[in-house]
Design a protein around this ligand. Structure first.
Ligand SMILES: *Cc1c(COP(=O)(O)O)cnc(C)c1O
Length: 498
């Protein structure tokens, strides 16, 4: 297996280089040349393993220039930071609905599952390449990636990390998690703009040849922790396969029984991982893509038209407030038969006119696997309230979007297939909005965490305990235009000539 740029299938590299570079030099995303297939025997074998072993085994299917021992040791040390023995548990809440809880890691959101593994995949890739450069990770975050990446990279030898977040686009808890982060190789910086501005800015830095050369002179190379990096995606494939094994083992489903997977979607990384699991042969019927009011993906799946020419809404599910979803490009790679030429055309169209359209063949392939819907702010709150009051579940604001969309889908289609819903964050991470949804006045955003615990009777997750007593260490907020200058300054290589 090789890795190809989505924009030019003649750009070929191996797994470790794809992870090391993050983004191909032509702006494309590295994507595997073929998707490994899981047979019945493999699934039977995986059923007997614990999460760490399943992860190492599945990673090995994709990352063939890493050794099995290396992957097992990476996976075992990565998940030490998770609640014991429970990286990604499946919880049945009735009505054929199963929550895949992905928030048991060090920052209480699903990004931890991949970002606990990725830093070690990266440093190991660097060693394989024979280089002793320092790696600088640049991250654009809509809130959750930033803190999870900071956790993953803190004090990791040979790395530095700079996180850019939209100053007014993340929740108070998310902001506090990042601004209080301790680590000598970690930098956090607000930007005046939204997530798309941050993501575009980071992509620009990656493609800035002058900057790359300057960094190279100082022995620094750039890499990404966003889901444009393949190293972020593989560990996400693992939990869908692992969940299916757990459901089989606990009798929630029968052998070969098909399930639907419903995912609250932003940058299209998480649901894309489920798509790869499906392509690998995991018995998944439909992938249900749930959008908030930034419903560009819902529209894309329904119509085949990706229209980024729209107003950006700030919602109570901020990690889904995204208009240009990077990983759609990897999906295009699959449904357009690996044609870099076709994808380049669509991506230029997106760049120039903020819009592209699939031909009807490609759109039909898309619709074979994906359905979608969206959810208003009021519906998100009502859903939290309904599930909480009926004693079924206390979803966070993102997971509530998925539950709402799942219910709409069931009503519309009558499909009663058992459904795995990605529960992407702890409700405590979005405590103020969750509290107000279940009918409580929130006097103080930062006290909301304890208040939610008192009201609901659930304990505050470890990583969020005492958050509002930690000292604020990062206060920098910059213009988007200054992202390069600031990065150079933080890396200690800025000079006035630029
Ligand atoms: C990042 C995130 C999402 C969106 O996931 P994508 O992979 O970007 O589609 C949904 N919910 C939460 C809580 C997140 O942090």
């Amino acid at each position: 297996m090789h890795y190809l740029s989505t924009r030019n299938e003649n750009i070929v590299t191996n797994a470790s280089t794809a992870i090391l570079e993050g983004l191909s030099a032509d702006g494309g995303l590295y994507t595997p040349s073929e998707i490994p297939v899981l047979g019945k025997n493999e699934l039977a074998l995986l059923r007997t393993m614990n999460y760490e072993k399943r992860a190492a085994w599945i990673l090995a299917c994709y990352l063939n220039d890493y050794t099995d021992e290396e992957l097992l040791s990476i996976s075992q040390s990565a998940y030490l930071k998770f609640e014991s023995g429970n990286v990604a548990p499946v919880v049945s809440i009735g009505e054929n609905t199963f929550m895949l809880e992905l928030f048991r890691g060090p920052t209480s959101a699903f990004k931890d599952v991949a970002l606990s593994i990725m830093p070690q995949l990266l440093t190991s890739a660097l060693h394989k390449s024979g280089s002793d450069d320092e790696i600088c990770i640049l991250v654009a975050t809509s809130g959750d990636t930033g803190k999870a990446a900071l956790e993953g990279y803190t004090d990791l030898e040979g790395t530095k990390i700079i996180v850019f977040y939209p100053d007014e686009g993340i929740s108070p808890v998310q902001k506090l998690q990042m601004s209080t982060h301790v680590g000598k190789n970690t930098f956090v910086c607000g930007i005046k703009g939204n997530f798309d501005d941050a993501q575009t800015g980071v992509k620009k830095l990656f493609l800035d040849i002058e900057l790359r050369e300057k960094l190279a002179k100082h022995g620094i190379r750039l890499s990404s922790a966003n889901s444009i990096n393949w190293g972020r995606l593989v560990p996400q494939i693992v939990y869908y396969i692992s969940a299916y094994c757990d459901m089989l083992n606990s009798g929630m489903i029968d052998t070969c029984e098909k399930v639907n997977v419903c995912v609250p979607t932003g940058n299209f990384g998480n649901i894309l991982a489920a798509y790869y699991a499906k392509k690998m042969g995991l018995p998944i019927k439909m992938l249900i893509c749930a959008s908030n009011t930034n419903r560009v993906l819902d529209e894309f799946i329904r119509t085949g038209i990706y229209n980024a020419n729209r107003k950006f809404d700030k919602t109570i599910s901020p990690s889904m407030d995204i208009i240009v979803s990077s990983n759609v490009e990897r999906l295009l790679f699959e449904i357009l038969g690996h044609s870099g030429k076709d994808i380049s055309k669509l991506m230029s169209s997106l760049n120039e006119s903020y819009c592209f359209e699939l031909n009807s063949d490609a759109h039909n392939i898309l619709k074979e696997s994906f359905v979608s819907d969206w959810c208003s702010e009021a519906e998100t709150k009502d859903t939290i309230n309904e599930y909480y009051k009926s004693g079924r579940y206390l979803p966070d604001t993102h997971t509530a979007v998925a539950l709402n969309v799942l219910n709409k889908y069931k009503k519309r289609t009558g499909d009663q297939t058992k459904t795995l819903v990605a529960s992407t964050a702890s409700p405590f991470k979005f405590a103020s909005d969750v509290l107000s949804a279940i009918g409580f006045d929130v006097s103080d955003d930062l006290k909301a965490i304890d208040q939610l615990s008192e009201v609901s009777g659930y304990p505050v997750p470890g990583p969020l305990v005492g958050l509002n007593n930690r000292p604020i260490l990062h206060t920098r907020v910059i213009e988007c235009a200054d992202m390069r200058k600031t990065s150079e300054f933080l890396l200690g290589i800025h000079d006035d000539k630029g």
